[in-house]
Design a protein around this ligand. Structure first.
Ligand code: 3PG
Length: 306
């Protein structure tokens, strides 16, 4: 079988070497398409692939149409909003993610951005400390749980909202569950976003929630830009000169926000939450292993289009 790794933003070399070893040891062949600049290169490369590994690369209807042999696609990472699941399902292509594999890298970045904004983006001036502040974890999944653990190391008071996680589980982990999303934003100085981008969540974080944050409130987004209502974010940050926003995914209006809000706003130039050697290796190797198991015995653990 031919396994294509198509990554506009390539994995670390150690991850690619590890993927190659797993794929070739199982008797398959590895093809690489890295740093492609035109989607036509992707269409061409995927034409004879039986399996595909991607990161945030968009697997659209066109990609599926071009991939005549494709049986499985693995998104090496958590969020699979870049996969057209309906197109995959219609063709009988199994789609998977690798949950948890790159979470620690994202969690560390979330806390790093909190410190960066609390210290005025490392520009001169008096900042503040994380110690003693309330942090709200918006969705207590793999990343949220790790953020909670690191935040405790900073002596922060940890709260979380997640309707899919039992309150007892959070309590057992030293986290205070809150019953509504409004309460989370009202209570916490820092909110760390870990919700997926889907039809229910798109543009769901806007004026109503952000205006509830206590004085000095700071939102950290290492999830997806689509969940933010950008117009409302600008409005609330204009009205509330104490609010801050740090994001790993530059908003569409990044230039406007940078100009308007200066040290109160920070966006990474390119999504870098999962950009560590460790995260690349964990997610890359997990993807290769999942593909090998799928071809060996039909294992569909981690399938997201069941
Ligand atoms: C994820 O959903 O796993 C992260 O957003 C990482 O995305 P990336 O592989 O493009 O860095």
């Amino acid at each position: 079988m031919k396994v294509l790794v198509a990554t506009e933003k390539p994995f670390a070399k150690a991850a690619v070497d590890g993927i190659r070893e797993i794929v070739e040891k199982a008797g398959h062949q590895l093809a690489l398409l890295e740093k492609y600049t035109d989607v036509s290169e992707f269409y061409q490369a995927v034409a004879d692939a039986d399996a595909l590994i991607v990161r945030s690369d968009k697997v659209t209807q066109q990609v599926v149409d071009a991939a005549k042999q494709l049986k499985i696609v693995v998104r090496a990472g958590a969020g699979f909003d870049n996969l057209d699941l309906a197109a995959c399902t219609a063709r009988g292509i199994v789609a998977m993610n690798t949950p948890g594999q790159n979470s620690n890298a994202v969690a560390e970045l979330a806390l790093g951005m909190m410190v960066y904004l609390a210290r005025n983006t490392f520009k001169p001036g008096t900042g503040s400390e994380l110690k003693g502040k309330k942090i709200g974890i918006h969705a207590y999944g793999h990343v949220g749980k790790l953020v909670a653990g690191i935040a405790k190391g900073f002596n922060m008071d940890v709260y979380a909202f997640d309707p899919f996680v039992p309150a007892d589980k959070m309590k057992a982990e030293g986290v205070t569950p809150v019953g509504t999303v409004e309460e989370l934003y009202k209570t916490c100085h820092y909110v760390s976003l870990h919700i997926p981008a889907n039809e229910q969540t798109k543009k769901s974080i806007g004026y109503d929630l952000l205006s509830k944050m206590p004085k000095g409130g700071c939102l950290i987004n290492t999830a997806r830009k689509e969940v933010i209502n950008e117009e409302e974010m600008v409005k609330v940050m204009e009205e509330r000169e104490d609010l801050k926003y740090g994001t790993d995914i530059a908003p569409d209006n990044a230039e406007v926000m940078a100009e308007k809000f200066g040290k109160r706003f920070f966006a990474t130039p390119k999504k870098m939450g999962a950009e560590t050697a460790e995260a690349n290796i964990n997610a890359g190797l997990a993807s290769a292993t999942q593909i090998v198991k799928f071809f060996a015995d039909g294992d569909t653990t981690f399938q997201v289009n069941k």
